[in-house]
Design a protein around this ligand. Structure first.
Ligand SMILES: NC(=O)C1=CN([C@@H]2O[C@H](COP(=O)(O)OP(=O)(O)OC[C@H]3O[C@@H](n4cnc5c(N)ncnc54)[C@H](OP(=O)(O)O)[C@@H]3O)[C@@H](O)[C@H]2O)C=CC1
Ligand SMILES: O=C(O)C1=N[C@H](C(=O)O)C[C@H](O)C1
Length: 269
């Protein structure tokens, strides 16, 4: 049985993760962490999640539950995640990271831990999105050099703080890699005013933020006379949470290293 602790347990994903861990027969709820000094410290995490008392109290520091868990699941914010990663490396814990919006520098800091801790890091934990990444590789190889323009459109709820979404960036990277391009050179993240016509090889990104949209991503391959759109729509955060719990069970048995959901789902084999 994998003992799982959840950081950001009062957040949108944190609350969903409480239910997902409970529903998984191979994982058990070992702790929940809220922000230091939060008035929610001491609250029952089942009650925070809206599923009723579970007898596990939220704490506001990882040290308070260091002996209670095997794997930490972290869906918070870049700087918080990096601090938790350091804690896990120091204390021999595994970690599943869903946090998005890291800068290049923060990504480099995260990557430096690949030899010191077993981590799964993925911008999207749903099975559907990870299969979609495979479809995109195939589509890009077949179409990208045949005069098809590639555009990525993502939509999320009004509370999301980073853009484009981590998933959209990952989709762009998969398409770019398949075509020998890079997002540094070919990604176009803003078009405004007299920006001129698009160039052949650019990969464009567009962002929508509205209401309670859980997460939608479309990659468009468009040419004269036709277009193909590959779309994934999440209608519940449970799809990400279930993936994260699956990753927690998987990473519990892994050597130190940086893994992603393609590894967890064996989509690379
Ligand atoms: N990989 C994936 O599949 C998915 C990734 N995400 C990503 O997960 C992240 C979180 O998303 P979401 O749940 O919607 O965001 P929320 O803002 O709802 O949740 C984040 C939580 O982290 C808490 N937090 C902040 N600092 C700390 C700290 N030092 N210690 C403990 N908890 C802390 C916040 O508390 P407070 O509110 O008090 O600040 C908040 O409750 C985002 O980066 C998002 O993009 C989201 C869905 C799926
Ligand atoms: O913030 C969210 O909600 C989500 N974030 C992830 C991302 O940035 O890709 C994944 C999912 O789409 C929901």
């Amino acid at each position: 049985m994998t003992r799982v602790a959840i950081v950001g347990v009062a957040g949108r994903m944190g609350r969903t993760l409480v239910s997902a861990v409970e529903q998984d027969t191979g994982a058990t709820l070992a702790g929940g962490i809220v922000e230091p000094g939060s008035s929610l410290a001491g609250a029952d995490i089942g009650e925070l999640a809206g599923v009723g008392k579970r007898g596990v109290k939220a704490v506001d520091s990882l040290s308070a539950i260091v002996d209670d868990f095997d794997v930490l699941i972290d869906f918070t914010a870049p700087q918080v995640t990096l601090a938790n990663l350091a804690f896990c490396a120091e204390h021999g814990k595994r970690i599943v990271i869903g946090t998005t919006g890291m800068s290049d520098d923060e990504l480099a800091q995260l990557d430096a831990y690949r030899g010191k801790v077993a981590m799964v890091f993925a911008p999207n934990m749903s099975v559907g999105v990870n299969l979609t990444l495979k479809l995109l590789e195939t589509a890009a190889k077949a179409l990208g050099d045949e005069g098809y323009d590639i555009e990525i459109i993502e939509s999320h709820h009004r509370h999301k703080v980073d853009a484009p979404s981590g998933t959209a960036i990952k989709m762009g990277e998969v398409v770019a890699d398949s075509l020998g391009r890079t997002l540094k050179e070919h990604g176009v993240f803003e078009r405004v005013g007299q920006c001129g016509p698009r160039t052949d090889k650019e990969i464009g990104f567009a962002t929508v933020r509205a209401g309670d949209i859980v997460g939608e991503h479309t990659v468009m391959f468009a040419t004269e006379g036709e277009r193909i759109e590959i779309t994934h729509k999440a209608s519940s955060r449970m799809t990400f949470a279930k993936g994260a719990v699956r990753a927690a069970r998987w990473v519990a048995d892994q050597e130190n290293g940086r893994y992603d959901m393609q590894d967890v789902l064996a989509l690379n084999e």
